[in-house]
Design a protein around this ligand. Structure first.
Ligand code: ADP
Ligand code: MG
Length: 482
């Protein structure tokens, strides 16, 4: 926290919707195609062309609105936002102004006090602009209009965020939600999720908001946090020096960790908004809304509760499983039975996740069948295979070959803990005989040495002694009258 000033932040988040085509025509929205290959006359704004509304985009916007508990606007219309810029072929952007399709609502973020609800002002639909490319030609700017007309939602928050860390948490949560409900791929590096940060500071206890600056070009969640920190420091120097903050739009330079002014702020009036005459108003009927509602997947917070209540998972495990929809789905589809939920969650969050990370593969690509999980969990539970051997030797083979059965792998590689009790007793006796000093220390009270003896027996048995039996025998012989 800054000693003198309170930090106030409102975010404007643009998310490209996961439609196949553009907001007002059939051009593809595919990323990474050759420049200017998805540019029909509608995209280019040729005279006489008419837009028509992509219903999938509306559905996705409504999904986000429902996920954020917004009020849904029943009669919305589009507006022209007029400005001149080379990447905007029509000379105006079709957006929403007075009737955003979703209003109010909130996103819950983790905070020091547990959780905090960050209020949303609105979520509206609009089209993206094209791209100016400045580094291709030494003297000229090149233009790629493929992106022009791509459907976006803009999520605008109230000025509720109070630190760079809260902005970081908010964006992390928004990215999780859009991915979870299939609205946007959440990829900030490719620009499908973008954020502008509005930042002001005021004296602690002040009620009026300070003059804000808006920082653009933030292409990672980390950069959003960094840019806010840098900007807050700059604003504090201005106020400390008794000067006034200029309302302006700035850009973040991630290489230098600085921001620089790109323009003084334009007002809404400058855009000469008026209703888009080429599109009819959009009526969101109860039927449409009900169809969107019923196609929504269960949201993470509801699933988290269900994992706790129905599956008896800890808060932490439930939280972890709900960080990623693919992981949560994998858990739900492949759990052998509810009685094994705790150990199955441990397997997924521990060894499975680390192998996936190492090999850079996703949960949807993981194809171990449920029956193999059942077998593995039962073998470990029954003490026939040690957890460490199971996770380091057997699991990777199961993940490589979906036909591989854990019991068979254990037999083939001689990994079963199948030594008889007489053999175990003999190894235990050998270990006790070989380490008289340590045994003495143990008997004098250094009980932690049991781990050392266990390890020795494990070595001698080459992993074939059941740890439970080993432990029992060790205790019996170590504590026996001397
Ligand atoms: P625009 O930037 O298009 O003019 P708004 O004026 O509605 O739009 O504000 C955009 C964002 O700026 C919102 O997220 C809002 O919460 C935030 N905001 C507005 N005033 C301030 C302020 N004084 N300090 C910080 N954020 C602010
Ligand atoms: Mg703005």
């Amino acid at each position: 926290m800054h000693p003198t000033y309170e930090v106030v932040i409102g975010l404007e988040v643009h998310a490209q919707l996961l439609t196949a085509s553009k907001l007002f025509c059939g051009d593809s929205v595919k990323f990474g195609s050759d420049p200017n290959t998805h540019v029909s006359p509608v995209t280019l704004g040729h005279p006489g062309t008419l837009p028509y509304l992509n219903s999938k985009a509306v559905e996705l916007a409504l999904r986000m609105g429902l996920a954020c508990r917004c009020r849904i606007e029943r009669h919305s219309y589009f507006a022209r936002k007029n400005y001149f810029y080379p990447d905007l072929p029509k000379g105006y952007q079709i957006s929403q102004h007075t009737t955003p399709i979703c209003q109010g609502g909130y996103v819950t973020i983790p905070s020091e006090a547990g959780t905090r609800d960050i209020r949303l002002t609105r979520i509206h639909l609009e089209e993206d602009a094209g791209k100016s490319i400045h580094d291709l030609h030494p003297q000229q700017t090149c233009l790629d209009y493929n992106r022009a007309g791509t459907p976006l939602i803009e999520i605008v928050t109230e000025p509720d965020l109070r630190s760079a860390d809260e902005a970081f948490a908010f964006l992390t949560e928004v990215r999780k939600i859009v991915r979870w409900i299939g609205v946007c791929d959440g990829n900030m590096e490719e620009g499908s999720l973008r954020c502008d940060a509005n930042i002001s500071i005021r004296l602690h206890g002040a009620t009026d908001l300070g003059t804000r600056v808006e920082v653009k070009n933030l292409n990672s969640i980390r950069n959003v946090r960094k840019a806010i920190e840098v900007e807050v420091a700059r604003l504090a120097v201005i106020l400390d020096g008794g000067m006034q903050v200029q309302q302006e739009t700035r850009s973040f330079n991630a290489d230098a960790d600085t921001t620089f002014s790109i323009r003084t702020k334009e007002d809404a009036d400058d855009y000469r908004y008026f209703p888009e005459p080429d599109l009819p108003p959009f009526e969101c009927t109860e039927t449409i809304l009900e169809a969107v509602r019923s196609a929504m997947p269960e949201l993470p917070d509801s699933l988290r509760e269900r994992l706790k209540v129905d599956f008896g998972l800890s808060v932490y495990d439930a939280q972890q499983l709900c960080e990623d929809k693919e992981l949560a789905d994998y858990f739900l589809f492949n759990i052998p039975d509810a009685a094994k939920s705790k150990s199955f969650a441990n397997w997924l969050l521990g060894p499975v996740r680390s192998i996936l990370n190492e090999k850079n593969i996703t949960w949807t690509q993981l194809s171990v069948p449920r029956e193999s999980w059942r077998e593995l969990l039962e073998l470990v539970e029954a003490g026939q295979i040690g957890f460490s051997v199971a996770s380091h030797r057997i699991l990777p083979m199961m993940m490589d070959d979906l036909m591989a059965k854990p019991g068979q792998i254990a037999i083939d590689l001689d990994l079963l803990q199948d030594a008889g009790v007489d053999d175990i007793r003999q190894w235990v006796e050998e270990v006790i005989k070989a380490m008289p000093d340590k045994v003495m220390e143990y008997r004098k009270g250094k009980k932690g040495l049991i781990g050392l003896f266990m390890g020795e027996v494990k070595k001698r048995s080459r992993g074939k002694a059941d740890p439970k039996q080993t432990n029992d025998l060790l205790l019996e012989l170590l504590n026996a009258a001397i």
